[in-house]
Write a protein that binds this ligand. Structure first.
Ligand code: SAM
Ligand code: MD0
Ligand code: SF4
Length: 381
């Protein structure tokens, strides 16, 4: 595998062309887009040009995935957290956040509901709950047990998004059958990271993903848009995602949260997220890229799929008292974040849900073909 990121995004015949329109048109045919052109697209997004960019991204998606999309069920199993991320509703000191910790029985019941509804993966997400992050090694026992039971009962792959966990917990998650470890850096600009993820270690967060890869897990990396990052920061993050060998890459628009230090940041347009999704699709044509329902709800799904996303995430079963992250309640209780709820949008986009086997095969292929080289290649950011 090539370690030089610029070599995958700027093949020889694409170098030197300065006509953005031509660059974008050619990107539909595997030419990639140079970092400089990416920055120009992010900084001055002309509508006609963006239509071409999104069309190129869709073409790359079609080439790699046909018209099939994957669907992820989302269970926010504990909203308790020891951290104080400036952007997050569930930061420790936010008295407005609704705190809960779902029981094993509740989590398994919700997983069965999601499985029956047709999702392809269960994403178990939590804050860095002090109940799990204990001094002894048993704090994560409930999570490990739940991963095993979901695998056994539903047969579905599982993603663990439970914060930066010690290597020993990664060992146990991998052994329990968790296929994915999700942990988003948000930005690779260290100064901005320190402002966003207050009091947390940039390096430890990076290293946890390399450690997960070394254990054969697939890894999701993610970025926030609209938190003060420059376009250069976003493109630098693509480089870090490439070096990590991220298997799924996401961008989410920051949604200001009541009761947090960033509550009065002007809400940013999600257009930057759409451009980022399209650029990621062009830079990482064969990776999974989410269209999250957690930012603009069902109303924002089509534009994310039209930008080249191929996974619908944050499908939440109604009636279970479960929350979203960026949008704690939007579209959940009225069943709009369900497989049934999104079906019309998929049809409008000319897409259809993959089968559970297609998703399992994608995971198996990805583990077989990339984890071994990536285990040697993956570098912390
Ligand atoms: N607590 C774990 C962690 O931080 O890694 C896992 C869950 S965390 C809540 C999941 C992700 O949601 C964050 O990494 C961030 O990218 C996203 N997120 C949180 N608050 C958000 C907000 N206000 N707007 C947009 N995305 C947000
Ligand atoms: C989502 N609400 O997919 C979820 C969450 C955590 N792995 C994912 C941010 O949008
Ligand atoms: Fe906690 Fe995660 Fe929110 Fe940070 S983003 S405060 S770690 S739940």
């Amino acid at each position: 595998m090539n370690k030089d990121y610029s070599a995958i995004v700027i093949p020889a015949h694409g170098r030197g062309r300065d006509d953005l329109e031509a660059i974008v048109e050619q990107a539909a045919d595997n030419t990639g887009i140079s970092p400089a052109a990416m920055i120009r697209l992010l900084d001055s997004p002309a509508p006609g040009l963006l239509d071409k960019l999104f069309a190129a991204a869709r073409r790359q998606r079609d080439r790699n995935f046909g018209n099939f999309v994957f669907l992820y069920g989302f269970l926010y199993i504990s909203t308790h957290c020891r951290n104080r991320c400036g952007f997050c509703f569930y930061r420790r000191t936010n008295t407005r956040a609704i705190r809960y910790r779902k029981t094993r029985a509740e989590i398994l019941e919700s997983s069965r509901l999601l499985a029956r509804s047709g999702v392809h993966l269960i994403d178990l997400t939590a804050g860095e709950d002090p109940r799990f992050f204990t001094d002894d090694e048993n704090g994560f026992d409930p999570v490990i047990g739940i991963v095993q039971s979901i695998r056994a009962e539903t047969g579905l792959p599982v993603m663990a998004s439970v914060g930066v966990v010690p290597d020993m917990i990664l060992d146990r998650l991998a052994a329990a059958g968790a296929d994915w470890y999700a942990c988003y850096q948000e930005t690779h600009n260290r100064q901005l990271f320190d402002q966003l993820r207050v009091g947390q270690s940039f390096e430890a967060r990076c290293r946890s993903k390399v450690a997960a890869k070394a254990r054969g897990m697939l890894v999701e990396e993610g970025l926030l848009c609209g938190v003060g990052e420059t376009s250069r920061d976003l493109v630098n993050s693509f480089d870090a995602m490439f070096r990590l060998g991220a298997d799924q890459v996401r961008a989410m628009t920051f949604v200001p949260q009541a009761g947090t230090p960033m509550h009065d940041q002007p809400p940013s347009s999600s257009l930057r997220e759409m451009i980022t999704i399209a650029l990621m699709r062009i830079a990482f044509p064969d990776r999974l890229i989410p269209a999250s329902l957690d930012v603009d709800g069902l109303a924002g799904l089509k534009q994310r799929l039209d930008a080249g996303a191929n996974v619908v995430t944050s499908l939440v079963p109604p009636g279970r008292g479960l929350a979203g992250v960026a949008r704690s309640a939007l579209d959940i209780e009225d069943g709009r974040r369900t497989v049934e709820g999104i079906a019309p949008v998929l049809r409008t986009c000319g897409l259809q849900p993959a089968t559970a086997d297609q998703y399992r095969n994608w995971i198996a292929d990805r583990k077989r073909t990339t984890c071994l080289p990536d285990r040697r290649m993956a570098t912390a950011c």
